[in-house]
Design a protein around this ligand. Structure first.
Ligand code: IPE
Ligand code: IPE
Ligand code: MG
Length: 250
């Protein structure tokens, strides 16, 4: 394995470049509580959360991590007050428009996963534009889960597979993990090795239910807007202490 010298220069020297997760997923939680602690309205936390995400994406890229998936909006988040939902949709659109040029320059390949059809049309247009404009980039895969629900993803896959069986494209006996994964939103994207959740909640909240089967879990009490390079470094140190057995014995 050849390691990019730029990666070795920026990686903290207590991290082993050969044992980094290839794919990190984050449940970016605690924006609202962060804002409340500052005596500010919840949306200020979401705004700050975008800065954190940018920082962590850059950090992943600098340290040679191949993919970052971020949970931006769940299928359940529609149940929040309309003003908050509207704020978030507008924020996603504005951030995409504002950051696209830099993502192209930095070699970021952006993907969106989720039930995207239900998003506002103008946001869908920005998403399409960003995915097309960055599709040949190779420095890092950045996957944004928007209107994402693990259960919905699995159901949609089942429905698509059932239709193919009905059309005679394959038989029920042909359905294996490989075929199933071809029908998930995350088709072609590796499974996360490390799943980080901020704000201390010990749950997965319908995130990547299939894909995290063997991910290492890391929960920190730090709220997402405060999750900086140092906090991420600590998560990676913790990850490097783990023994991933995948059900086997050593
Ligand atoms: C995560 O922060 C961001 C989204 C779910 C969009 P929250 O908004 O859930 O913040 P808390 O959990 O209420 O503090
Ligand atoms: C999970 O956070 C969803 C995102 C980070 C987008 P939530 O704040 O929605 O999760 P719960 O409600 O605490 O489970
Ligand atoms: Mg929350």
């Amino acid at each position: 394995m050849t390691v990019n010298p730029a990666v070795l220069n920026s990686l903290p020297n207590d991290l082993d470049v050969l044992r980094l997760p290839k794919h990190v997923a984050v449940i970016m939680d605690g924006n609202g509580r962060w804002a409340q602690q500052q005596g500010q309205p919840r949306f200020m936390g979401h705004r700050r959360g975008v800065d954190t995400l940018k920082e962590i994406l850059r950090c992943c890229k600098d340290w040679g991590i191949e993919a970052l998936t971020a949970y931006a909006f769940s299928t359940e988040n529609w149940g929040r007050p309309l003003t908050e939902v509207d704020f978030l949709m507008t924020l996603f659109e504005r951030v995409l428009r504002r950051e696209l040029k830099e993502m192209i320059e930095e070699g970021v390949q952006i993907h969106f996963v989720g039930d995207l059809q239900a998003l506002p049309k103008s946001l869908q247009e920005e998403i399409d534009r960003a995915m097309v404009a960055t599709q040949h980039n190779t420095k890092i895969k950045f996957v944004v889960a928007t209107n994402y629900g693990g259960r919905r993803e699995i159901l949609e896959a089942c429905r698509a597979i059932a239709q193919k069986v009905q059309r005679g494209e394959f038989t029920p006996a042909d359905i294996d993990e490989g075929i199933f994964e071809q029908h998930l939103y995350t088709k072609g994207i590796s499974h996360p090795d490390l799943l980080i959740r901020t704000s201390g909640e010990m749950r997965v909240s319908n995130f990547l239910l299939w894909q995290v089967a063997y991910a290492e879990l890391y929960v920190t009490h730090t709220l997402w807007p405060d999750f900086d390079r140092e906090a991420f470094h600590k998560a990676l140190q913790d990850y490097q202490q783990r023994h991933r057995r995948f059900g086997k014995v050593k």
